[in-house]
Ligand binder design. Structure first.
Ligand SMILES: Cc1ncc(COP(=O)(O)O)c(C=O)c1O
Length: 389
């Protein structure tokens, strides 16, 4: 294990008790995250809100780190309290007309389907793209469903159940080409925007909003980003800011939240308008620490380690007679998730047995879902395989 990853591992005391392969559910708390939260609590205990300006400064530092992670400008990033908040901001904010279409994925996590289906009440149509027989969803299959009325394509970067990793650069490029053709024909109003739920990849796999032509992105911090539940990031491309006119606007959305408010008061000129009220400062401190933790080893080292661990695991499972459900033929479609079934035992029973044996995993998509992070080791993969029935 490279030194930088050893330092990351040292931040996880959970490793002394558990083989923890459950980051697709909730990350364990890392020492610097705990320390940052404790720092805030200590200050607030001793000084109340005297540190308010420092809280704001910490928020801006976290915003810069979050923006750097996805290749955005910090003015394009807002903090939210969960992934759903960002997705709902897009769904309710788009000025949809009856007959407009939203394309999403049939097998996506409910948080990335419900906000789109809710738009049926505004007259929108939802088109869901199914997986093919090998469990994949190709950019071509998605683009084939995009028509003249499609206002938005909403996908997850990695599917939560079997860990299929979408080809976002190809999907983004395909949509950008369609939009450019529409603009050239004078149909600029027919643009199709791209919204990505990145909670199952951000922190584990690199993602660049520019390279993928992403318009909106949302992810909470409590999985691969190694933060805590209750704080997430929402990206809104600067040129799309005025396309969102949703209900989640309140006093913090305004340029001067502490000035007397009038209906003419100007909104924040950037994505900060989506931070509509107070945010949980303690967990924001934790998120900033988690972003620092992830930046230290660097994104390539993190991705390489995760892909090496999941490959070793998938091979080990197959060698023991398990069926790996995660589509793994193409390396670019692999992620931090491996889901597999035992030849005879149901997934829930296996999860219980593994928990009793000191292994944290969960059941999803009809199988046992394993999700190691870069601080896990190949030695842990081998010990886990030994503990399988
Ligand atoms: C793809 C995906 N989106 C969203 C969520 C959770 O959404 P939220 O942060 O709003 O609770 C999950 C959680 O498992 C998920 O896998």
């Amino acid at each position: 294990m490279p030194d930088a990853l050893s330092a990351l591992r040292a931040a996880f005391p959970v490793a002394s008790r558990w083989i923890y392969f459950n980051h697709a559910a909730v990350a364990p708390v890392a020492l610097p995250v705990e320390a940052a939260v404790a720092e805030f609590l200590r200050e607030a205990r001793e000084h109340g809100s005297a540190g308010f300006q420092a809280w704001l400064a910490r928020r801006e530092a976290a915003r810069q780190a979050a923006a750097a992670l996805i290749g955005a400008r910090s003015s394009e990033v807002a903090f939210t309290t969960c992934t759903s908040q960002g997705l709902i901001t897009v769904a309710e904010g788009l000025r949809l007309q009856p007959g407009d279409e939203i394309v999403c994925l049939q097998d996506d996590f409910p948080a990335n389907r419900i906000p789109w289906w809710r738009q049926v009440r505004r007259g929108a149509r939802v088109v869901e793209v199914p997986r093919d027989e090998s469990g994949r969803v190709t950019p071509q299959a998605i683009l084939a469903r995009v028509g003249p009325r499609t206002r938005l394509v909403a996908v997850s970067s990695v599917l939560y159940d079997h860990g299929f990793r979408l080809d976002l650069p190809a999907l983004g490029a395909g949509l950008a080409a369609r939009n450019a053709a529409a603009a050239a024909e004078g149909r600029g109003a027919c643009e199709t925007l791209l919204c990505v739920d990145a909670i199952q990849s951000l922190g584990a796999l690199p993602l660049d909003v520019e390279a993928c032509h992403i318009d909106f992105l949302s992810a909470d911090s409590h999985k691969w980003l190694l933060g805590l539940e209750g704080i997430g990031l929402f990206y809104c491309r600067a040129s799309r800011l005025e396309e969102l006119d949703g209900p989640l606007i309140s006093w913090w959305s305004y340029a001067q939240p502490f000035a007397p408010w009038t209906p003419e008061s100007p909104l924040q000129p950037d994505a900060r308008r989506f931070e509509y009220a107070v945010l949980p400062v303690a967990v924001l401190y934790g998120f900033e620490a988690a972003l620092g933790l992830l930046a230290a080893p660097g994104r390539p080292a993190i991705e390489q380690q995760i892909l090496a661990l999941t490959e070793r695991l998938a091979q080990g499972l197959a060698a023991r007679g398990w069926t790996v459900l995660s589509p793994r033929e193409r390396p670019a479609e692999r992620s931090g998730i491996v889901t597999a079934t035992h030849p005879s035992r149901p997934a829930r029973e296996l999860v219980e047995r593994l928990t009793a044996a000191g292994v944290q995993v969960t059941w999803r998509g009809g199988g046992v879902r394993f999700s190691p992070h870069a601080w896990n080791t190949s030695e842990e993969v081998d010990r886990l395989l030994e503990r399988l029935p």
